[in-house]
Design a protein around this ligand. Structure first.
Ligand code: PHE
Length: 532
């Protein structure tokens, strides 16, 4: 059973476990928080000189299990020091959950249900990771590997909010498509007005000095766009009924929404998102698809990536690691190496024969992951740009589609792919149960509530990625209730096998976590080899 969390609780839970932010909060000497300390974890990649300086041969072999971001990075960094690496990958491509779906991409899910993407040439959807914050290690690898990036629009004032009446939300603004800028301007305007009123009445005199009060009122007037008598009467920030223009057209501001309606509709829950450590602009995406990154890593490797290789057993001894895998119907292929770095998702790994301790096997089996799903919808016309003047960004809804994402590239071109849903938990599971065609129909019906008939009219083709149903992943990212005993156990090597993946970091659900975890495993392994 998957616990039902509301989106708000989920976002809160994510924020509450946030590693870097939380750690900084405990630092007492703020002077020590230089920009570098705030954003970067130092990493000293192993170098060839590490070996030659100590007169060692460069012949240590490492078998890497999984060609996702963690596995590719482990191989890439180890090869810098002259390790010889080979990667076994069950899929036919590198990247793991970093998956860009293009024309011709296929998926056969755990039940054997097949999908083929029929998107137009040059259009794509990032089915897994799709946005990169500017402080993530991910961008370091884009720089190092020459993967060009472009802005990813995570927030757009002109995108929409749409909340349907659902028992929690009600009032005159539910069931209506409203611009985020209007909602934000009104919320901030009204709350500023209320706070100004309290301050002006002297109700906060115990907390504020006369100078504070004056400065506070000045601040509230500015952020709230307060008018005469410190009242909020609307402002151009919320948008216009008649936009300003030439000659005698100064513009007519659209009237503010009713405060009670705003509160009842629950839009305020969406505001904190764009302030989060990992979600604040600027954000980026590789030009041409997120998978440009794993493909660049794969190209940079000297060692072989064996695709279509399903690991059947992992045997760690005093001398080395022996792995047996199957490939294209051939069973029992055996390969040995001095060490291994294993990035196979924990619950899948728990089912594979191994010399791991029973305690580790239980620990692996107990890691839960989030059900999550994304739908790419291609439209013949970019109506969101042409009709709504929305260029990138995200519409938030309380529908089972979660959000609608507008593409951050290809502006002003003819066709485009929207993310028609990106959802979690029960909402994702409810789409899991449908056939690919039914998923599209439901996504179109739901999106149509926000965008109207044009949504069905201009629709061309769609593709769904239901991560719980996707082979070799069987879930989204790991959900740690706490990073206690079990987390510590899973981050330790077993014999000659090291473990890596975003699940072994405080930054699950981000490629950053996979990069950082791979660097950790490589550093630990290298130190052991040097001291042997
Ligand atoms: N990293 C994922 C994403 O950006 C999951 C996530 C969602 C993380 C919301 C934080 C907040 O979509």
């Amino acid at each position: 059973m998957v616990a039902r969390l509301t989106r708000r609780e989920f976002l809160y839970a994510l924020a509450a476990v946030g590693g870097a932010g939380a750690a900084l909060g405990t630092l007492e000497i703020w002077d020590l928080v230089t920009p570098a300390a705030e954003y970067q974890v130092p990493f000293d990649p192993p170098r060839k000189s590490d070996f030659s300086m100590r007169g060692r041969g460069n012949d240590t072999t490492v078998l890497i299990l999984g060609a996702g971001i963690a596995g590719l990075t482990a191989a890439y960094e180890l090869e810098k020091a002259g390790y010889r690496c080979r990667i076994l990958e069950a899929r036919l491509r590198p990247g793991g959950r970093n998956w860009t779906v293009r024309r011709g991409s296929t998926d056969t899910d755990l039940d054997g249900v097949e999908q083929i993407a029929r998107f137009s040439e040059d259009l794509y959807m990032n089915a897994g990771p799709a946005r990169i914050p500017q402080h993530h290690t991910t961008l370091e690898y884009c720089r190092e590997l020459g993967v060009p990036i472009e802005p990813f629009t995570n927030v757009n004032a002109d995108a929409y909010y749409f909340n349907e009446e659902d028992g929690r939300f009600s009032g005159g603004l539910t069931g209506r498509t409203v611009r985020q800028r209007a909602v934000k301007a009104d919320y901030v305007g009204y709350t500023s007005e209320l706070l100004a009123k309290v301050v002006n009445q002297g109700a906060l005199d115990a907390e504020l000095s006369p100078a504070d009060r004056e400065a506070m009122i000045e601040f509230l007037r500015a952020v709230g766009a307060l008018g005469p008598d410190d009242r909020y009467l609307g402002s151009g920030r919320r948008g216009y009924r008649n936009p300003p223009g030439a000659g005698n057209r100064p513009g007519v501001v659209s009237p503010p929404f009713d405060l009670s309606d705003l509160l009842a509709a629950g839009f305020g829950h969406y505001f904190p998102f764009e302030l989060e450590w990992d979600q604040a602009m600027m954000m980026f995406q590789p030009v041409g698809g997120m998978d440009r990154l794993p493909y660049a890593l794969a190209r940079a490797l000297e060692g072989e990536i064996v695709y279509s290789a399903e690991v059947r057993s992992i045997n760690s001894t005093d001398e080395g690691v022996e792995v047996i895998y199957t490939r294209d119907g051939r069973n029992g292929i055996q390969v040995r190496a001095d060490y291994a770095v294993c990035t196979i998702p924990p619950r899948i790994l728990a089912r594979i024969n191994s010399t791991f301790t029973p305690e580790l096997k239980r620990g692996l089996a107990s890691v839960t992951t989030i059900p999550t799903a994304k739908m790419g919808l291609e439209f013949r016309r970019r109506f969101w740009e042409e009709d709504d003047q929305i260029f990138g960004g995200i519409t938030n809804t309380n529908l089972d589609i979660g959000t609608i994402w507008y593409p951050s590239s290809g502006f002003l071109s003819k066709r485009g792919i929207l993310i028609g849903y990106y959802n979690y938990f029960d909402q994702a599971l409810s789409y899991d149960e449908l056939s690919p065609t039914e998923r599209i129909e439901r996504a179109i019906a739901q999106g149509g509530k926000v965008h109207g008939d044009v949504y069905a009219r201009e629709f061309e083709t769609g593709f769904s990625a239901q991560w719980n149903r996707i082979k070799y992943s069987e879930g989204g990212w790991a959900l740690w209730a706490d990073r206690g005993e079990n987390y510590r156990l899973l981050t330790q090597p077993q014999g000659r096998v090291y473990f890596a993946g975003d699940h072994l970091s405080y930054v699950t659900s981000w490629q950053h976590g996979a990069f950082e975890s791979a660097r950790q495993a490589v550093t630990d392994l290298h130190q052991r080899v040097l001291s042997a």
